[in-house]
Design a protein around this ligand. Structure first.
Ligand SMILES: Cc1cc2nc3c(=O)[nH]c(=O)nc-3n(C[C@H](O)[C@H](O)[C@H](O)COP(=O)(O)OP(=O)(O)OC[C@H]3O[C@@H](n4cnc5c(N)ncnc54)[C@H](O)[C@@H]3O)c2cc1C
Length: 462
């Protein structure tokens, strides 16, 4: 039996970051992981592999659509799907091995196997029981499905199966127009699949800025994705190679059927706590199956903490990482902190979509007086040169103080541009602060400055 200051269960972005920070703060730490490799959902079956496929398929899209106009002539590349999957696997391996290296460097013990908590202060892995002054649960999440939809991970797949299909399907139906469905739907549309997205609501990417939602859907349609909105999926029927998706239109209750070679169920994710023994511990859970924590990430059982997808909040890798660092600091007797008001969200399609802070709808609902500064990428020289003029930057600022309250970007490198606004918001900056900051020319980030200028006396290039 080994004894630790902290044992973390799960090595996703929440768990591994927490383990490294605990070690940096001088604590003796172990991390339990049941998978063959470290890095959790994000590195193995989430963020990293999906971005590898998005990158490869975007390169193909550029070759097919923009190369000739730039004077790059010749045959467009064809898709070697097996090699693309190898590239994705290699990308995963580089990242998961990187975490293994960081564990060794920081002297974090990897306890291999599935862990449970027989009582506070103890973690069981296989037959071995280890002692821990503090336990941090970072067991993550798993895909949620719908009643009547039987997932086999071959024909009817979750995101996990969609990252390793045997071949590129001719017809793909995506159930759910959220981030994961649209990212993976874009991958297959670019690779030649006819992709139809079936969404229960009347808008895509629920919770995002309404103007961004509309522009984004228009652009995706132009890229070949089809949308059936306001449709409630009733069930799927599948054989070894094909599937049928039955849905009802909410407006008139009419029933319809779609044929597909692959159905991707992308209807969200749910917390994963199986096998941890939380019932016997009496740990307080929410009605949505999340572990309840206070503002120090402490659960209802003293000495046990929880972070990441398994607790409330956006299911995002960087949110889990921030909680991992903050919880480590709490355990080490410091004051960990996460600013939940400034957590960016990004969709890695092309163009990218990114947001931080409040939406106009939320501000209206709260009765908050605000102003809007907007700038189109059509007015940005760099974007025009790169065939990336679709989209805009929109900054929302307090009407009287000019303090930035939120930002919504659809356009090139939106996922990187958003961080300028995150930093500004962390420092309580005004739109004018951004507008007065010199931005290098020609860069996409000039569009952020122009949107900030638009909150005041007006943008220059529009
Ligand atoms: C297709 C896809 C794309 C995504 N893209 C992005 C993106 O671009 N950006 C982003 O921010 N987020 C993205 N996400 C979400 C992101 O992956 C999660 O928010 C993030 O991984 C959560 O981190 P976590 O540490 O809480 O849990 P996880 O990453 O889920 O890790 C939990 C780990 O705990 C292990 N575990 C669970 N129970 C036990 C146990 N009892 N014993 C031992 N080990 C256990 C699991 O095996 C797993 O490895 C994506 C998700 C998916 C599915």
């Amino acid at each position: 039996m080994a004894s630790y200051d902290v044992i973390i269960i799960g090595s996703g972005p929440g768990g591994y970051v927490c383990a490294i920070r605990c070690a940096q703060l001088g604590l003796k730490v172990a991390c339990v992981e049941g998978r063959e490799t470290l890095g959790g959902t994000c590195l193995n079956i989430g963020c990293i592999p999906s971005k590898a496929l998005l990158h490869a398929s975007h390169m193909l899209h550029e070759a097919e659509h923009n190369f000739a106009a730039m004077g790059l002539k010749g045959k467009s590349p064809s898709v070697d799907w097996k090699q693309m999957l190898c590239y994705k696997e290699e990308t995963i391996a580089q990242n998961t091995k990187g975490i293994e290296f960081l564990f060794k460097k920081n002297k974090v013990d990897w306890l291999k196997g599935w862990g449970s908590i027989p009582e506070a202060g103890k973690v069981k892995v296989g037959e071995e029981v280890h002692e821990a002054k503090n336990i941090i649960i970072a067991s993550g999440s798993e895909p949620a499905t719908l009643p009547g939809v039987e997932v086999d991970e071959k024909v009817v797949v979750t995101s996990t199966g969609a990252l390793e299909l045997g071949k590129v399907p001719k017809k793909m139906v995506v159930i759910g127009a959220g981030v994961i469905g649209l990212e993976l739907g874009s991958v297959y549309a670019r690779l030649g699949s006819a992709v139809t997205v079936v969404e229960f609501l009347d808008v895509i990417t629920p919770g995002m800025d309404a103007e961004v939602q509309k522009t984004f859907q228009k652009i995706l349609k132009k890229q070949g994705l089809e949308f059936i909105m306001g449709a409630a999926v009733q069930k799927t029927e599948s054989t070894k190679t094909k599937a049928k998706v039955h849905y009802k239109l909410r407006q008139d209750d009419s029933e319809h059927i779609l044929d597909a070679d692959t159905v991707l169920v992308a209807t969200g994710r749910k917390p994963y706590t199986q096998g941890l023994g939380l019932d016997a511990l009496g740990l307080k859970m929410s009605s949505r199956g999340q572990i309840e924590v206070n503002d120090k990430w402490e659960t209802s059982v003293p000495g046990i903490y929880a972070i990441g997808d398994v607790i409330d909040g956006p299911m995002l890798a960087h949110k889990a990482e921030d909680e991992g660092m903050a919880a480590a600091e709490q355990v080490a007797g410091k004051h960990g902190h996460v600013n939940y008001g400034v957590i960016p969200g990004v969709i890695y399609t092309h163009p990218e979509v990114a947001n931080v802070g409040l939406t106009e709808d939320a501000l209206k609902e709260a009765g908050h007086a605000y102003k809007v500064g907007k700038f189109s990428f059509m007015g940005n020289g760099r974007a025009k040169a790169n065939f990336a003029g679709d989209g805009f930057v929109k900054i929302l600022a307090d009407k009287s103080t000019d303090r930035i309250l939120g930002a919504h970007i659809i356009g090139p490198a939106a996922g990187d541009l958003i961080h300028e606004i995150c930093v500004a918001m962390e420092f309580g900056a005004s739109a004018q602060d951004l507008a007065m900051t010199c931005h290098a020319h020609p860069t996409y980030s000039e569009a952020v400055r122009e949107a900030a200028l638009a909150c005041g006396d007006g943008p220059i290039h529009m």
